[in-house]
Design a protein around this ligand. Sequence first.
Ligand code: ADP
Length: 246
Amino acid sequence: MPHAITVNDLSVSYDRKRVLNNIFLEIEEGHRYGILGPNGSGKSTLLKAMLGLIDDYTGTIQVLGQDVQQVRKRVVYVPQRSEIDFTFPATVRDVVLMGRYPHKRVFQRLNAADNTMAEAAMRELDILNLQDRQIGELSGGQQQRTFLARALAQGADILLLDEPFVGVDIPTEEKIIEVLRKLSAEGKTLMVVHHDLQAVPEYFDHVILLNQRLIAYGPTEEVFTPEVLKRAFGGQLALLQQAGQM
Ligand code: ADP
């Protein structure tokens, strides 16, 4: 069986400046990976590279044994909320239904089965009662639930999430982690960029520590140690500890 994702000697540059160097990863199916590292360490860039969204790179990335462009439907990306334009007019239901479009041919209509999947996803995230509300009017937690519901509606095997816990209320944080656990129990693979170190052992069974290079990756209990964290975060670790994020 192929790995969910295989990254082989990946290096990425923006304007010729290297931001990721020689990354090798084998991501196993059915696990929850936390991607950790200081600001600017390349966490979001790694997710984007796995989505085929980065132009200037060397090395190879295989998703489910194939080029990501061939398995687009089976991978879903939930961007950071700060990257989403909430001024566009769309209801919660519209956004969740967008998860069905990767399964459609151009101009093909959504059908009853698509509506059923979208409703099931909204029910899972407890947002069925918000379905007619405009996305821009909602709280951060409600918006994040909506984008996770869109990802569920797609029914992908691999979910890539960028900072899903930022700016959400505590019940939403608990709901998100409940859904992520359930998805990995169903065999889905989750990769989550995350910055708050405190909850890591509870949230993720595997971690990837980055600082432009791969510092370490593997099962959380083996890799999430003070020595490895110090190698990844350097002087920032003391600041995180002071801020109660560790
Ligand atoms: P992280 O997610 O760990 O904070 P990023 O992957 O967002 O890190 O960024 C890694 C580095 O690449 C940073 O120095 C950032 O400023 C730079 N960078 C990110 N996106 C771009 C871009 N589109 N153009 C130029 N530089 C970028």
